[in-house]
Write a protein that binds this ligand. Structure first.
Ligand code: SAM
Length: 262
């Protein structure tokens, strides 16, 4: 049974890096006339309250978006999505990736989301209403069946919690399968950087399979003593032009130690 719940972590430093870059990519795609598809394998609940018991218990947003939001330009697409979320849902609310997409995409762009956890799925349905196709299915199987999507221009976000440790081994094959079926799709894969660095072999395999992939990472101190996460990474295949520079900018705004390659 799945136990990971993103409401304990929403708005933390990893979310700032991932969501700021995702928002930038979606804004880039939406600046061209042609409609596009946004797909997500692990969508979460879409909307988070930063004053919830769960969020206050970890305090991760306080060190993340709440400390950093004024570092971004007010017209950065990430900040625009946060402002729109607060205007629609209240000042303590924070958008997950599906809601960021809903705010930045146009009505003729298509959103398809997978979320397996019954409670998270129910909350996501409420938040997205008729704006997205939302499926309570395994995101890997669903996206493998749906790719290439229609419209063919598009972005796939892969954002597992890595609760299933074999994800590190199986993700390169999944990414290759999607890329073979949908060679024009922008594929974004998030991963945590932990002390023991389990991501390293996975990223090495992905770069071997996709030498042009872009790897954007940011390092930060652990949020509390003994916490294993010391950074965050986003790997992009078919990265839009300018994404490497955006990665450098976002990590600089975070005051982090930026790394990128590709
Ligand atoms: C890291 S959270 C997603 C956060 C979200 N992408 C965001 O940035 O706002 C991962 C989510 O994946 C869900 N999940 C875990 N395994 C899944 C699977 N095989 N298919 C679909 N969803 C899954 C979990 O219930 C959890 O809500």
């Amino acid at each position: 049974m799945l136990s990971y719940q993103h409401l304990y972590h929403a708005g933390n430093l990893a979310d700032v890096h991932k969501h700021a870059l995702l928002a930038w990519v979606l804004d880039y795609m939406a600046n061209k006339d042609k409609p596009f598809s946004y797909l997500e394998t692990h969508a979460g609940r879409g909307l988070y309250r930063l004053d919830s018991l769960e969020a206050r218990r970890t305090g991760e947003a306080a060190a993340g978006i709440l400390a950093l939001e004024r570092s971004f330009a007010p017209d950065h697409p990430y900040i625009r999505a946060i402002d729109a979320t607060r205007a629609a849902h209240g000042s303590q609310c924070y958008p997950g990736s599906p809601l960021i997409a809903a705010h930045l995409l146009r009505m003729n762009d298509r959103i398809t989301l997978a979320e397996l956890h019954p409670q998270e799925h129910a909350a996501l349905i409420q938040v997205m209403r008729n704006r997205a196709r939302v499926e309570k299915r395994d995101g890997f199987a669903l996206m493998q069946a749906l790719c290439p999507p229609e419209p063919r221009r598009g972005v796939l976000m892969i954002d597992p919690s890595y609760e299933v440790k074999s994800d590190y081994q199986t993700l390169p094959k999944f990414v290759s399968t999607i890329h073979r079926k949908w060679n024009v799709g922008v594929i974004l894969l998030w991963y945590p950087i932990l002390n023991a660095a389990p991501h390293q072999a996975m990223v090495a395999q992905l770069l071997k399979d996709h030498p042009d992939a872009l790897v954007l990472e940011a390092r930060f101190p652990p949020i509390r003593d003994g916490h294993r996460m010391v950074g965050t990474g986003l790997l992009a295949i078919n990265a839009p032009w300018g994404m490497a520079e955006q990665g450098t900018l976002v990590t600089a705004l975070m005051g982090s130690d930026a790394r990128h390659s590709g």
